[in-house]
Design a binder for this molecule. Structure first.
Ligand SMILES: Cc1cc2nc3c(=O)[nH]c(=O)nc-3n(C[C@H](O)[C@H](O)[C@H](O)COP(=O)(O)OP(=O)(O)OC[C@H]3O[C@@H](n4cnc5c(N)ncnc54)[C@H](O)[C@@H]3O)c2cc1C
Length: 457
């Protein structure tokens, strides 16, 4: 039986990136993935003429940040192409609309000041926070061994930002409720409104988006994930798909290998799991003496939200439906400024929701390779709750999917007139789908919620 240095369970971006780094360091790596292709959430699927991104919308910080360094270190940066988005995002509210232009932070500030002249100082302060925390982060990454005892003086924002909600920095800088909503529009990316979200999670990536620019991965996320796989294989690692791990083997309190559903056993010096810890303790390590204790700990933690996604393949271009969306990519529609209310709506277990907020992403506006000429690919995503879907019979589930799709199309048609007439392909993924693919309990798309209680330095 062949022995590896490291076995990685799950070929999501976490497993693939650590796999690539270790393989490049001459470790003999085996990655085992249950799906037929690698990527986890970072994957594509094809229907008819259309290529859909399962989850990813955009990424920031591909030039100046640690993210860039990680991609280089993994050896994938040269294998992929990023397309710079014309705009970071557009927010639509009941009485106004705003577009953040991409790649020119000074222009963004000017545009905001024109719209909110009374908030000039606050706008500057807000972006100062974003810049400052990133400077502090760079200092910390470089000199952490030296500055640990004086950290509260040298990196005060970074040091405490995981225990401070985003709303604290927002309220410090801004008074206008519309501007507050506009500046934190990206909160659904983390699934928690500013009052609950640990500020670090928002402010650090915001630097990538606003100062470095927002990008889409040309060809979609699958190309990205496949690039990691290539690096692992080029460095004598092995990636096996359609292989489901069912057990981690333990001897003398040490993980020594894994057992797969097809009955094979693989051995390694170290095992890394990139799947839900609930799966690990409930299933893979169910025979291990401390599993129950670990399980009890994580059961007390708050899970992230789930989501429902609607994937549309259209027989016309987006600009044909609405010329105003010629350059649009990421468009958030909000029927209220109250993000707490929207968050509550994500979580209520009943289907009696108005869809106070939804997000439309026009992929083929940016990457023409995803759909034939004069056709288009777009998705709509809404925060959702597993409770709504979990107890439905197969038939009820199908009916509910249809009803909810109907509601969303009706809302979207306010911005994309006659959308329904142009639908060639339509797929819907609910929280049940999320659970089925990743094994995360309750289809929690971001794992554990990034609240101030659950964030650590
Ligand atoms: C809807 C949505 C939109 C997002 N948008 C963005 C975005 O625009 N920009 C951005 O940067 N990030 C975005 N993210 C976040 C990003 O997609 C995730 O952070 C990232 O892909 C998670 O990777 P992971 O490796 O942690 O987990 P996963 O992608 O969940 O990977 C886990 C892998 O383990 C496999 N697995 C599970 N059980 C087993 C088993 N028993 N044996 C073997 N394999 C198993 C699964 O099949 C899966 O491939 C988004 C996420 C979601 C859900």
């Amino acid at each position: 039986m062949k022995k590896y240095d490291i076995i990685i369970i799950g070929a999501g971006l976490g497993g693939l990136s650590i796999g690539a780094m270790l393989a490049k360091k001459d470790k003999k790596v085996l990655v085992l993935e249950k799906h037929y292709q690698v990527g986890g959430y970072a994957t594509n699927f094809k229907r008819g003429d259309f290529i859909f991104d399962a989850s990813l919308h955009a990424t920031g910080g591909v030039k100046k940040t640690d993210y860039h360094k990680i991609l280089k270190k993994c050896g994938v940066f040269e294998k992929i192409k990023f397309i710079k988005l014309p705009e970071i995002y557009t927010s639509i509210f009941p009485d106004f609309k705003f577009t953040f232009k991409n790649g020119d932070i000074e222009q963004v500030k000017k545009d905001l000041i024109v719209k909110f002249p009374k908030e000039k100082i606050g706008i500057k302060l807000w972006f100062y926070f974003i810049k400052k925390i990133n400077k502090e982060n760079k200092l910390w990454q470089k000199y952490k061994n030296f500055i640990v005892f004086i950290a509260p003086i040298i990196i005060p924002i970074l040091m405490f930002s995981h225990k401070i909600p985003l709303s604290f920095f927002l309220n410090l800088a801004i008074r206008d409720k519309k501007l507050k909503a506009l500046l934190t529009q990206l909160w659904p990316y983390w699934g928690l409104p500013p009052k609950k979200l640990a500020s670090q999670y928002f402010l650090i990536p915001a630097y990538g988006y606003f100062y470095d620019g927002a990008y889409y991965l040309k060809g979609g996320a699958q190309i990205f994930s496949n690039a990691f796989r290539e690096v692992i294989e080029e460095n004598n690692g092995v990636v096996q798909t359609s292989i489901e791990v069912i057990e981690i083997l333990v001897k003398n309190e040490k993980a020594i290998g894994v057992k797969t559903k097809d009955g094979n056993i693989y051995f390694a010096d170290k095992i890394i799991s990139n799947v839900s810890p609930f799966l690990v303790y409930e299933n893979f390590l169910s025979k291990w003496k401390d599993s129950q204790k670990e399980l009890e700990k994580i059961k007390k933690m708050e899970l992230s939200i789930s989501a429902t996604q609607f994937y549309f393949g259209l027989d016309t271009s987006i600009v044909n439906l609405n010329p105003k969306f010629k350059n649009a990519y990421e468009v958030f529609v909000n029927l209220t400024y109250d993000y707490d209310k929207i968050y509550r709506e994500f979580l209520i277990p009943s289907f009696k929701r108005e869809y106070l907020s939804f997000n439309m992403t026009f992929y083929s506006n940016i990457d023409s390779g995803l759909a034939p000429i004069n056709k288009s690919v777009m998705s709509i995503i809404v925060g959702d709750n597993y409770e709504r879907w979990k107890n439905l019979s197969n038939n009820e589930y199908k009916i509910k999917k249809k009803e909810e799709t109907e509601k969303i199309i009706k809302l979207a048609e306010k911005y994309l007139p006659e959308l329904r007439k142009h639908i060639e392909v339509l797929e819907v993924a609910t929280p049940k789908t999320m659970k089925r693919y990743t094994g995360n309990p309750e289809g929690a798309i971001y794992g554990f919620a990034q609240t101030i209680l659950q964030c650590g330095f």
